[in-house]
Design a binder for this molecule. Structure first.
Ligand SMILES: C[S@@+](CC[C@H](N)C(=O)[O-])C[C@H]1O[C@@H](n2cnc3c(N)ncnc32)[C@H](O)[C@@H]1O
Length: 201
């Protein structure tokens, strides 16, 4: 199921702004993996949060690798590249951020993401069940509302793969409804109570 919208989990975005960005901004390149990105509102929400904190030059160092199985062939890659979404999907974005990064697209009821935001997001197809990370040395891996669709026995393997894909001191964000499985709890420390944001040990 590919249900998603912009700024879906404000509390986690706020925690990323508060705890993750101050660490990652120290690095020359900031690489993020958004695993199970659906048609793009989540990686674009992350890009907006980083742009707001990093400013014009800092933002140029950011790359978000957005992956999804896209099992039903909805062509997420093409939707993300186009960056056009129903107006209702951006309702959660507070003004003035919404008007800063979105503009009318000529099609009633739809709105387009700014090119500067689109430029840092790259989509590729990837199956998390392969247990092969798309790359290593990520500063942040975001995987939200995906693990809950997997069997409990599958989750530790996927979380171990995220651990391998992170740079030392990197961060992992998962959905609020998933607690860290006991099998992988020694690999991460929770950054702040009540938010599923972890630091790679
Ligand atoms: C409910 S959406 C979540 C989208 C976004 N992360 C969010 O929280 O708004 C779940 C996404 O996980 C993807 N997905 C499910 N199983 C997957 C797998 N094995 N590998 C990669 N993506 C998968 C689905 O295609 C879908 O787009």
């Amino acid at each position: 199921m590919a249900f998603t919208y912009f700024f879906r989990d404000r509390a986690t975005l706020e925690a990323i702004r508060e705890y993750v960005i101050p660490e990652l901004r120290k690095y020359r390149y900031i690489n993020i993996w958004d695993a199970g990105c659906a048609m793009g509102p989540e990686p674009y929400s992350l890009a907006i949060i980083f742009k707001e904190s990093l400013g014009y030059y800092g933002f140029k160092r950011l790359r978000i690798y957005a992956t999804d199985l896209d099992e039903e062939n909805h062509r997420f890659g093409e939707i993300i590249a186009e960056g056009v979404y129903p107006e209702e999907s951006v309702r959660r974005i507070p003004e003035p951020i919404r008007s800063k990064y979105f503009s009318p697209n000529g099609k009633p009821g739809y709105i387009r993401v700014a090119d500067e935001i689109k430029r840092c997001v790259f989509f590729e197809r990837h199956d998390l069940r392969s247990l092969k990370p798309i790359a290593e040395n990520f500063g942040l891996v975001v995987c939200k509302n995906v693990l809950l669709h997997m069997q409990p026995s599958e989750r530790p393997g996927v979380i171990r793969m995220f651990h391998r894909s992170l740079a030392p001191g990197g961060f992992l964000a998962t959905e609020q409804t998933q607690k860290m499985p006991a099998e992988t709890s020694h690999l991460f420390e929770q950054v702040t109570p009540n938010i599923q944001l972890f630091w790679r040990v």
